[in-house]
Write a protein that binds this ligand. Structure first.
Ligand code: GLA
Length: 670
């Protein structure tokens, strides 16, 4: 396969801009847009994401003239374009003519026209129209000098991650026939001897639509895998059309890698198909530690990109419009958010959207140019960010490195939270973020890696709630411990194989030998039940009747039905150590366990003794120099030991670096 460029073409320095929807505005505003973009230092905008109905107002009748003008004007202004395929929402004439392309929910509700993304991703009819539109776009703009990267569809699977329509039914069967050699294999994998579920042929199989009670768990998991694969198949179909016509132009689409939502696309399985990874991230306004979730999302983006630079395709300058209470960002918050993404490997900082809409469902969503115009903090911040990103151009291409890995596995998320489980209170993202948060608070840089990665070489590897693992994935974690790593595994891990069949002989099946423990029964705790451990720490949610089989108890239960039994254990394995956290200790106790692991593993923070609420991340350049990002989320200025060139203030720093309250600094260290 030819090598495709891995970055938008002809964008100097850090890319800066946002979604641009000029079709919502008269010409005079569009002309002003170019002036304002230049004032802010914008050099890349996403265009035509939702323009299908404008570009093809009636079937087969096209109106590209307005878009030609937009692209010409942007080019004349020195602004490059992430050009969309315009296929993210079908036009009304299409769903009227072909209502069979509409998606359906598990209970049979048809999701109609009137919002966006009202298409069944498995519909061959929709696919045909979407590919045809994509080809039109590629043929029209193949030689346009503003074309920097293709932006395929938009947030694939955002509103309709699972479609249960007749199209999905057919596609699901085809997918299953690829996965299983015969119906007998499928019956074995799905455990259909249970509840009289035996299938005699693939024709009998349906998507897991609404049913009287728990639907077969392996059927649910296969449907989740299928649904993620189906979105990828759609991406590939559009990408292949583009590559045929414009092989010199890179392709991407914007992922949604924020927790706790965005559960249903397994982005690690898309990595190999991406020329460049792009992510959208929005803060949850009610979360006072939303900057930690942001850091996770950015680290996950870098993980999915395999360490390569990635595009922050969307975030917000201020409030969004889709949370229960949409609060404006506080002083400096947008600038800190932007630099935090950059610190963790983004080389493009973009927003939804350029100019705040006057009509439509998103008119209360902030933008780079707000309703109130230029005399606003939002606009001043837009200009200030442009200035900063220009000063940070040398950072482009430098890389983040880490001594600690955290395993993140979408199928374990899907599996752990299925119905009919020991407790319905488990949340995979909560468990992952609990450990990530403790590491963030200690200023430890973390690589987020898939379960299929080889973790050898990391000093510490955290695998929270890694519910379903293959034998090979489990073996790699064991090998990493044997080679010297500290491997930390938490409750409800290694329980089932990839078909959701329990590994017998005691929990946590796949990791029993590595951890040197055997659990005979789970004891989930009642809501509001909090029990003491022997060191006085408290834990909730989960306990299990665990026996030591080689490991040593680090903490035991001080009370409750399991008093005296281990709650946290430690096992020596080859040159390394395997820790088992068989409950959910409170955040202080989680922190002290992390301290113990890091101390034993010899992992140091990026900057020693940072005050709480300050983050530091280092990017390393090919020439051996590095960029130290310090982001102060607190309302007090701080001083720390650092020397180099302060790129934002354009001055030398000798020994002591001052970072003002709610502000950030980037030091070039030579
Ligand atoms: C998503 C979409 C955008 C917009 C924003 C609003 O990220 O991709 O089109 O709707 O949400 O936050």
């Amino acid at each position: 396969m030819p090598n495709h460029p891995a970055w938008p073409l002809n964008v100097p320095g850090i890319a800066y801009g946002g979604d641009y929807n000029p079709e919502q505005w008269p010409l005079d505003v569009q002309l002003q847009d170019i002036e304002l973009m230049r004032e802010a230092g914008v050099n890349l905008v996403s265009v035509a994401i939702f323009s299908w109905a404008q570009l093809e107002p009636r079937e087969g009748e096209y109106d590209f003239a307005w878009l030609d003008d937009v692209l010409d004007r942007l080019h004349a202004g020195g602004i490059q374009v992430a050009l969309a395929t315009a296929t993210a929402s079908p036009p009304p004439w299409l769903t009227r003519k072909h209502p069979e392309i509409l998606p359906r929910t598990a209970d049979g509700t048809v999701l109609g026209q009137g919002a966006r993304q009202s298409y069944a991703v498995s519909s061959p009819v929709f696919r045909r129209y979407a590919v045809a539109m994509t080809r039109r776009m590629a043929e029209r703009y193949r030689d346009h000098p503003a074309l920097a990267v293709w932006h395929i569809d938009n947030e694939l699977g955002c509103h309709v991650p699972h479609d249960y329509s007749d199209n999905a039914e057919v596609a699901f069967r085809n997918w299953l026939q690829e996965r299983y050699a015969s119906i007998d294999d499928l019956n074995a994998a799905w455990g259909t001897t249970f509840w009289s579920q035996r299938y005699d042929s693939f024709e009998e199989i349906l998507p897991p639509r609404a049913a009287p009670t728990f639907v077969n768990p392996t059927q649910q998991l296969d449907f989740a895998r299928f649904s993620s694969d189906e979105q990828l198949a759609h991406y590939r179909a559009l990408r292949d059309a583009l590559r045929e016509i414009t092989p010199q132009v890179p392709t991407t689409t914007n992922f949604m890698m924020s927790l706790p939502d965005n559960k249903w696309v397994d982005y690690f399985s898309w990595s190999a198909d991406m020329d460049v990874v792009a992510n959208d991230h929005y803060l949850i306004a009610a979360d006072r530690e939303a900057h930690i979730g942001l850091a996770f999302s950015a680290d996950l983006s870098r993980g999915v990109a395999g360490g390569a630079p990635w595009i922050l395709m969307e975030h917000s300058t201020s409030a969004v419009n889709w949370q229960p209470r949409n609060r404006a960002k506080g002083p400096g918050q947008m600038l800190r958010n932007s630099l935090a993404h950059l610190a963790r490997g983004a080389d493009a900082i973009m927003f939804f959207q350029w100019r705040q809409s006057l009509a439509g469902a998103e008119k209360y969503h902030s933008a780079m140019v707000p309703h109130a115009g230029r005399d606003t903090d939002v606009w001043r911040n837009t200009v200030e960010l442009g200035r900063r990103l220009k000063a940070l151009a040398p950072v482009k291409g430098s890389r983040v490195t880490a001594d600690v890995a955290l395993v993140f596995d979408y199928p374990s998320w899907w599996g752990a939270e299925l119905d009919g489980h020991p407790t319905d209170a488990l949340s995979y993202p909560q468990e992952v973020l609990r450990w990530y948060r403790a590491l963030w608070q200690r200023d430890i840089t973390v690589d987020i890696v898939p379960a299929q990665a080889d973790p050898t070489g990391y000093r510490a590897v955290f695998a929270p709630m890694l519910y379903s693992v293959t034998d090979q994935d489990a073996a790699r974690l064991t090998a990493a411990a044997q080679a010297g790593a500290h491997v930390v595994i938490t409750f409800f891990s290694g329980i089932v194989d990839e078909f959701d069949h329990v590994r017998p002989g005691g929990y946590p099946g796949a990791f029993r030998d590595l951890l040197g423990v055997r659990t005979e029964e789970f004891h989930p705790l009642h809501e509001d039940e909090v029990l003491a451990l022997d060191d006085g720490a408290r834990a909730d949610l989960w306990s299990e009747k665990t026996h030591l089989e080689g490991a040593k108890a680090v903490r035991t239960w001080a009370e409750g039905p399991l008093a005296g039994l281990p709650a946290v254990t430690r096992n020596t394995v080859g040159d390394g150590t395997a820790w088992y956290i068989a409950t959910r200790p409170d955040s202080e106790a989680t922190g002290s366990l992390v301290d113990q692991v890091l101390a034993e593993a010899g992992v140091a923070p990026v900057v020693a003794d940072l005050p709480t609420g300050v983050e530091a991340v280092r990017r390393h350049a090919a020439d051996g120099s590095s960029y130290l990002f310090v982001i102060n989320h607190t309302d007090r200025g701080i001083d720390l030991a650092a020397s180099g060139r302060d790129l934002l203030r354009d001055q030398d720093v000798i020994d002591t670096l001052h970072v003002p309250a709610l502000d950030s600094t980037v030091i070039h260290e030579r």
